[in-house]
Write a protein that binds this ligand. Structure first.
Ligand code: CO
Ligand code: CO
Length: 316
């Protein structure tokens, strides 16, 4: 929902469609704002329980990306009768368990007949308005930290084509169903200046949204990736969304040092990806300590923000 203008003149609306972010922020009382977001999609794995867990972690992620705490959620279901409601039960069970893990109450929902199954949640969170972390706000010299490895789109594509091996699927399900809560707590504790979560537009697409009059430099060898995804990309497994990301964003990227398949990972559309955090260079160590202390072991410093005009240089 980018490039949509709102006509809202409500002064309590702190983040809306005028400058869209991961979620909307509405001040309900002094020192208290409500955070709202919604996300749903078609299955990314075969196991309905895992799909429910992933869809919930993904929907909650936009609240975490704002530095906020999710509190309630509503289920959104599109379901074909032919598939049976037992399968839907497993989806809802997975989502419910992830919400419970997050301390989020599922308080309702809505379902419609749909020839293609779809599932997701609308999530409401709370935050102190002065502590909201937006996409933009990073400065040249800031470090960039990514908290989950890339490759989820490629692996989901391999699942659909029936060529993903079980251990790779298991690893990907673990990554996609992991909450971004710990990453969010760590970035708030360390005083991050900007953040977003890496989802459908891939690392490059979401990083571009953080570049408001600045540029970025990424070191590919520091970017966490699932190795099997690179192997699958070399075999030509690539989802349509990742190809479209590349067509849309390649012109902002200078990456002549990289092989084509390596670059494909940086454009790969993620589901329930990690947080991409910008933090003052001086406090990067403190953020990495906070992340490790909370068990976010895949997190890595992947590059820096630089003076520039909205381009990304990727070196080996
Ligand atoms: Co987001
Ligand atoms: Co979203």
């Amino acid at each position: 929902m980018r490039h949509v203008k709102t006509t809202s003149t409500d002064p309590a609306l702190l983040v809306g469609l005028d400058a869209p972010d991961d979620a909307a922020v509405y001040e309900v009382a002094p020192g208290l704002a409500m955070v709202q977001t919604v996300d749903f999609f078609t299955p990314v794995v075969d196991d309905p329980y895992a799909w429910g867990r992933i869809a919930a972690a993904n929907a909650l992620s936009d609240v975490y990306a704002m530095g906020a705490r999710p509190v309630t959620a509503l289920n959104l279901v599109g379901w074909p009768r032919s598939l049976g409601f037992e399968v839907l039960g497993r989806v809802l069970e997975g989502a419910g368990e992830t919400c419970e893990e997050a301390g989020v109450s599922v308080v309702g929902g809505h379902s419609v007949d749909d020839p293609e199954p779809k599932f997701g949640l609308a999530v409401t969170g709370l935050v102190d308005p002065v502590r909201v972390i937006r996409k933009t706000g990073g400065k040249p010299g800031s470090a960039l930290v990514l908290t989950k490895p890339l490759g989820m789109g490629i692996i989901s594509s391999a699942v659909k084509e029936g060529v993903a091996d079980p251990s790779t699927v298991e690893r990907a399900v673990g990554i996609m169903s992991a909450l971004n809560r710990e990453g969010a707590e760590a970035m708030v504790a360390a005083g991050a200046s900007a953040a977003t979560d890496v989802t459908g537009f891939g690392l490059v697409g979401h990083l571009l949204q953080m570049l408001d009059g600045i540029s970025a430099r990424i070191r590919f060898s520091d970017v966490p990736v699932v190795e099997e995804a690179l192997a699958l990309a070399r075999r030509g497994i690539l989802p349509g969304g990742s190809k479209r990301n590349r067509e849309a964003h390649a012109r902002y990227v200078e990456a002549s040092a990289l092989e084509d398949d390596e670059l494909a990972l940086l454009f790969d559309a993620q589901t329930s990806g990690g947080l991409l955090i910008a933090i003052d260079g001086d406090t990067t160590d403190s953020l990495m300590r906070e992340l490790r202390a909370r068990g976010v072991t895949d997190a890595a410093v992947i590059g820096t923000l630089e003076a520039g005009d909205g381009t990304i240089e990727i070196v080996r």
